[in-house]
Design a protein around this ligand. Structure first.
Ligand code: NAP
Length: 229
C-alpha cells in the first residue's frame, strides 16, 4: 500500500486525514508537537498497525532534517503539509511583528524546509505527490475582503512555494499542488464553517487520487475545482 506523511495530525484536518488514510489501508506517518497529549491520534496509532506518530514541531528546522534522516530510504507517495496557524491580531492597526514572523515561520518556512528535506523520499515513491494546505484566503486574485494580513500573506507564500516546487521537481516526476480544504469546522475554521472535516478530507483524498502531471503547479479545492493564484 502507498505511504502518506502528514504534518499536524493531533486535531482538525490532520486528524481526519490520518483516520481516513488509515481506514483506506495506507501506511500513515503523522507528525504532531506532543504525541503524549494527542489522545485520538495516539489511540488510532495504538489500534492500527499502519499508523505511526512522530514528535515534531514544524518550527524546528533541525527536527525536520532529523525526521528526514530517520525516514531515509522510506518512499513517501503523498506528503501533506497541513500544520498551520492563524494569529489572533491580523487586522490593520492590530498586528505585531513577532506574531507576523511566527505565522510566516510555521506556514511558509516550515513547508519549504519539508519539501527540501523530503524531495528524495517523494521522488523515490510511485505516486510522487506533495500537497501544501493552502487557502482561498491566500489567493491574491480572489481577495475581495481585505484583513488577515499575516494569514493571507503566509498562504500566498505557501502557494508560491508549491508552484516553485512544481517547476523544480518536474524532471523528477513530482507533482506539487496547493489545496483549499473548504471552510471547515475545526479550531481554526470555527463552528460556523461550511463543511465538516469528514467531507473535506474525503474530497481532498479523491482529488489527490486523480492527480497527474497536468495538475502540478495548480491551486485546487477539495471538490477538484481550480482557483486563481
Ligand atoms: N479549517 C479551515 O477552514 C481551513 C481553511 C483553509 C485552510 N486551512 C488550513 O488547513 C490546515 C489545517 O487547519 P485546521 O483547520 O485543521 O487547523 P487547526 O484545527 O487549528 O489545527 C492546526 C494543526 O496544526 C498544528 N500545528 C500548529 N503549529 C504547529 C507547529 N509549530 N508544529 C507542529 N504542528 C503545528 C496543530 O498542532 P497543535 O495542536 O500542537 O497546535 C494542529 O494539529 C492549516 O494549514 C490551515 O491553514 C484550514
Amino acid at each position: 500500500m502507498p505511504t502518506v506523511l502528514i504534518t499536524g495530525v493531533n486535531r482538525g484536518l490532520g486528524l481526519e486525514f490520518i483516520r481516513q488514510y488509515a481506514a483506506a489501508g495506507w501506511t500513515v506517518l503523522g507528525t504532531c508537537r506532543d504525541p503524549d497529549s494527542a489522545g485520538e491520534a495516539r489511540e488510532l496509532a495504538a489500534a492500527a498497525p499502519n499508523v505511526t506518530l512522530y514528535k515534531l514541531d514544524v518550527g524546528d528546522a533541525g527536527a525536520i532534517a532529523a525526521l528526514a534522516d530517520t525516514l531515509r530510504g522510506v518512499a513517501i507517495d503523498v506528503l501533506i503539509l497541513n500544520a498551520g496557524i492563524m494569529a489572533e491580531r491580523t487586522g490593520l492597526g492590530t498586528f505585531k511583528a513577532e506574531d507576523f514572523r511566527h505565522v510566516m515561520n510555521i506556514n511558509v518556512v516550515a513547508p519549504a524546509l519539508f519539501i527540501q528535506a523530503f524531495a528524495d523520499h517523494v521522488a523515490a515513491s510511485e505516486r510522487k505527490i506533495i500537497v501544501g494546505m493552502g487557502s482561498t484566503l491566500g489567493s491574491i486574485a480572489g481577495n475581495n475582503s481585505g484583513g488577515l494580513y499575516s494569514y493571507r500573506s503566509s498562504k500566498a507564500g505557501l502557494h508560491a512555494i508549491m508552484k516553485t516546487a512544481s517547476i523544480d521537481l518536474k524532471d523528477r516526476g513530482v507533482i506539487a499542488i496547493a489545496m483549499h480544504p473548504g471552510w471547515v469546522v475545526t479550531d481554526m475554521g470555527g463552528n460556523s464553517a461550511d463543511i465538516q472535516t469528514e467531507e473535506s478530507i474525503a474530497g481532498m483524498m479523491a482529488v489527490i487520487d486523480t492527480l497527474g502531471p497536468d495538475h502540478s503547479g495548480r491551486l485546487l479545492t477539495y471538490a477538484g475545482e481550480e482557483l486563481p493564484w
